[in-house]
Design a protein around this ligand. Structure first.
Ligand SMILES: Nc1nc2c(ncn2[C@@H]2O[C@H](COP(=O)(O)OP(=O)(O)OP(=O)(O)O)[C@@H](O)[C@H]2O)c(=O)[nH]1
Ligand SMILES: [Mg+2]
Length: 543
């Protein structure tokens, strides 16, 4: 079978399958896919990025791919590159024909691995998960098996088919291969027997470890880590321009130190004639990548500036902001939808929400506050991502109150709560008042017992966002907590400032109103920004 590397501008025959796309020069839109993702070529192919390179498996079209690509190498004249999949001779395993070697209609083609997702036919890559249980640090909230279970959920969210997993107890990770050599052989056996395309490690791997493991596993097997998997999910889900920029930046920063293998094929193709060709190309690529990181940072900064200005405008109307924070899939978006009638995507998947959404909550007593839904957290959240999303999380740091949503029906609810608390402390928001909400109480074995437990604790509200049970108590508790964060004022509001008086009634807690000759005398609690705005009227009251 021949596989050609072709620029996308070159049309593949209808019915051919794209095995995978590789980034070429313009990195911002091109992220080296972590696994091959064959797509059936349709008329839509012309819509793909013209800067990417695709590998096209022409067998499905029943004809050899003749297209060739031109790659510029080290600034020399363009060179024609053609790859062919080498026979796997020396690994000692019986050659298992992979789906790539099978033809539709020859009885071996694995049709079951094509599935529909979001109305698109996608090919489910087989993934094998690997973890290491080392001496537990204070950041290890989950045991190894639980962490691997979560990794399997992440893999499923990314569209992978998990076919097996394993872990090893190690005092210290191996610097070359992360796991011990015996374990490497064991995994190699398993992945070849199961026809696995991707091996995912539960912890972040170094560039060297990734390279050594790929070499050890041989063939076309890709190795990636939890961070790359989360980045890939974020990449698939980024809906707004800012989120897309943030994810691209995080991906490039992750990719930069790992940019080692991509171009080694150039040396192979040149038959070793031009030694160090791949190495030089890596340097060129790193320079291009750094330039693009700088450009992306600039663009992101201008988008953030725009958002900051918008937020400042919002601050001039000092409605208190309440942020929903919590572990991914805890039910934050469902709560926002319930309380505000919003239509934010809420589904039983990790990282359904990437962009914060703010909506006004209007209570029956005429009071109101703004409610913000935020990106969910997860244990071992990559530091690059925490940094990348810091701007979005500024929303959190400027809130009057944080509502920490916990999925109390989850067997690891306690550990998830600790993980969220740790991330919140990293975000420096410890000073913001917090309310804990136990959600999904309807899904627990004994809701009455859970409610009793919540009663025994301070500031814990039990709800079911799905059924609406406890939402009134939640709003009352939010109001109570907001009051705690407000300041007491006494102000004389002139009669021509009717709008301001309305705002005080809407967002403050007025306890005394008296109509005086110069205006309305108000005594009560109001949010700090409003209290500042009322300074002249407070002075009027004192005098
Ligand atoms: N049984 C039950 N399911 C719930 C409840 N609240 C939310 N869910 C379900 O939990 C799943 C996740 O809900 P989301 O609202 O998307 O959770 P999220 O916290 O926004 O998740 P991310 O955006 O991924 O961080 C959805 O399938 C909801 O229908 C609840 O009170 N009871
Ligand atoms: Mg959500």
């Amino acid at each position: 079978m021949s596989v050609a590397v072709v620029p996308l501008s070159c049309r593949a025959p209808l019915g051919a399958r794209i095995l995978h796309t590789r980034p070429w020069k313009n990195y911002p839109t091109c992220w080296l896919p972590l696994w091959t993702r064959p797509l059936k070529v349709s008329s839509a192919i012309g819509d793909l990025q013209p800067t990417q390179i695709i590998e096209v498996d022409a067998i499905a079209a029943g004809e050899a791919m003749v297209a060739k690509s031109e790659l510029e190498v080290n600034g020399d004249s363009p060179e024609v590159v053609e790859e062919s999949i080498k026979e796997d001779k020396g690994n000692g395993f019986p050659k298992k024909s992979s789906n790539k070697d099978r033809k539709p209609g020859d009885g071996t083609f694995d049709y079951e691995r094509f599935t529909l997702r979001n109305g698109r036919e996608v090919y489910l890559e087989k993934a094998y998960l690997v973890g290491v249980e080392h001496k537990r640090g204070e950041d290890d909230f989950l045991g190894i098996e639980e962490s691997l279970e979560e990794l399997a959920q992440l893999a499923d969210t990314a569209g992978l088919l998990v076919v097996g997993s394993t872990y090893q107890k190690l005092a210290h990770p191996n610097s070359r291969t992360y796991i011990g050599s015996g374990k490497v052989s064991e995994i190699k056996n398993a992945i070849h027997a199961l026809d696995v395309e991707t091996v995912i490690f539960d912890d972040e791997l170094s560039a060297g470890q990734l390279r050594n493991l790929e070499k050890a596993f041989g063939g076309d097997v890709r190795v990636c880590d939890r961070t790359a998997l989360i980045l890939d999910i974020f990449n698939q889900r980024a809906a707004t321009h800012e989120a897309a920029l943030q994810v691209s930046l995080a991906q490039m920063e992750y990719q930069l130190p790992r940019l080692t293998k991509m171009w080694s094929h150039l040396e192979r193709q040149a038959g070793g004639r031009v030694k160090g060709m791949g190495e030089k190309q890596i340097e060129v690529d790193k320079r291009i990548l750094r330039t693009q990181i700088t450009a992306l940072r600039k663009e992101l900064e201008s988008v953030r500036e725009h958002r900051r200005q918008y937020r400042n405008r919002r601050v001039s109307v000092p409605v208190p902001v309440v942020s929903l924070v919590g572990y991914t899939n805890a039910g934050k978006s469902t709560i926002l939808n319930r309380l505000t009638g919003a239509d934010v995507l809420a589904e039983d998947r990790l990282f359904a929400t990437l962009d914060p959404t703010t909506r006004r909550v209007q209570l029956n007593n005429g009071k109101e506050f703004l409610l913000t839904d935020t990106v969910g957290f997860i244990q071992k959240l990559p530091t690059t991502l925490v940094a990348a999303f810091r701007a979005t999380l500024e929303e959190i740091s400027e809130s009057s109150l944080l509502v920490h949503v916990v999925d109390i029906s989850h067997p690891l609810a306690q550990q998830q709560t600790w993980a969220v608390d740790k991330i919140l402390s990293e975000l420096d928001v410890a000073s913001i008042p917090k309310l804990v909400v136990w959600n999904k109480v309807d899904k627990t074995m004994d809701p009455t017992k859970i409610k009793m437990e919540a009663l025994e604790r301070d500031h814990v509200i039990c709800i079911s966002a799905l059924s609406g049970d406890g939402l009134k108590e939640l709003c009352d508790a939010i109001q109570g907590k907001l009051k705690d964060s407000m300041v007491w004022i006494e102000a004389l509001v002139p009669y021509d400032k009717g709008d301001l008086l309305n705002t005080i009634y809407q967002i403050g807690m007025v306890e005394w109103t008296e109509y005086k000759e110069q205006g309305t005398l108000i005594k009560g609690h109001v949010p700090l920004p409003l209290a500042r705005q009322l300074t002249p009227m407070r002075q009027l009251c004192i005098s």
